[in-house]
Ligand binder design. Structure first.
Ligand code: ATP
Length: 241
């Protein structure tokens, strides 16, 4: 397994943001994480990449701790706000990506991607639009050729065509290199388009975790299953803790 969590839990002061989360993500899987605002999606993703430590339970990434996996350079992560360095140019970001990941960095792919997206190499990141900054951060994560790609709402700021194109690229990376992907999204249509697995999280608990092929046969059915589950969770007022 590329990623495993077991009874993973996180508490902020007295409030549990994530509870009893057990998941297994195999090679090439594209896992879509959906849930209402405050469901615990970012918390789970940050536990996976070691930005947070668990209150209880365990997480194993590429057979080791999240810290070790991150240090190995085999994990690509793009946080919700797609952080970039405002004062550095697009070219600076690419050379930094190459410098930090000398053994895995795919320089031609990175250059081709920024060119295709129309990002100018001499443009400072601080002058890019929100969607362009997200594309730059996604380029850095993809060009590391990671074994695991963790994306917190990666397509939220992209226009519809760019969103579809990015999801297709992600799926191609999963197929070509076995990269496993865990991405959070509010767009159920994106799940149907690209994901192999769905995880519905509400009130810090997993409400549903399944291979999409075993759950339904078409996008409309998937949307109904996910929305029904979210509706049930909302009706229960998340009063499960
Ligand atoms: N640093 C923190 N300190 C205290 N509580 C926090 C902290 N970060 C998150 N929380 C709380 O934990 C819960 C889960 O938050 P999280 O950001 O993981 O949700 P989310 O599913 O990513 O939400 P969204 O879809 O709005 O981004 C929320 O109730 C939130 O208020």
């Amino acid at each position: 397994m590329i990623l495993e969590t077991e009874a993973l839990a996180k508490r902020y002061r007295r409030r549990w943001a994530l509870y009893d989360c057990t998941l297994a993500v195999p090679e090439s899987a594209i896992v879509g994480l959906v849930g209402p605002n405050g469901a615990g999606k970012t918390t789970l993703l940050q536990l996976i990449v070691g930005l947070l430590g668990p209150t209880a339970g365990a997480v194993r990434v590429l057979g080791g701790t999240p810290d070790a996996a991150m240090r190995s350079g085999r994990v690509g992560f793009v946080a919700q706000d797609a952080p970039t360095y405002a004062g550095l140019t697009v070219a600076d970001h690419l050379s930094m990506g190459g410098g930090l990941n000398p053994h895995r960095w795919d320089a031609p792919a990175a250059a081709e991607r920024v060119d295709r997206l129309g990002l100018r190499l001499r443009q400072r990141a601080g002058r890019l639009s929100g969607g362009q900054r997200a594309q730059l951060a996604l380029t850095l994560a993809l060009s590391k050729r990671p074994d695991l790609l963790v994306l917190d709402e990666p397509v939220a700021s992209l226009d519809p065509l760019a969103r579809r194109a990015f999801l297709d690229e992600t799926a191609a990376a999963a197929t070509a290199t076995g990269t496993a992907v865990v991405l959070s999204t509010h767009l159920v249509a994106d799940l149907a388009h690209v994901c192999t697995h769905v995880v519905v999280l509400a009130g810090g608990r997993i409400r549903l975790a399944a291979a999409i092929a075993e759950l339904c046969t078409n996008p409309a059915e998937l949307e109904r299953v996910v929305l029904d589950e979210l509706g049930r969770a909302s009706g229960e007022g998340h009063a499960t803790r």
